[in-house]
Design a protein around this ligand. Sequence first.
Ligand code: ZN
Length: 60
Amino acid sequence: MKSDILVCSAWRDEHERPRYTLAETCPACGAEAVNSAPAPFSPEDNYGKYRRALKRRRRD
Ligand SMILES: [Zn+2]
């Protein structure tokens, strides 16, 4: 499930705390806004890992 809420990609440098927005760029500093879901826990990443594991097994 993809969230509509984006977070400023530069908030660690530009802001004291995560700056959330629904726009494509941060309204405060103009940096790119990125999906707020943590990447390591995204389903896409898990499936990618699974696919890579299968591919490796087939080659051996
Ligand atoms: Zn910002």
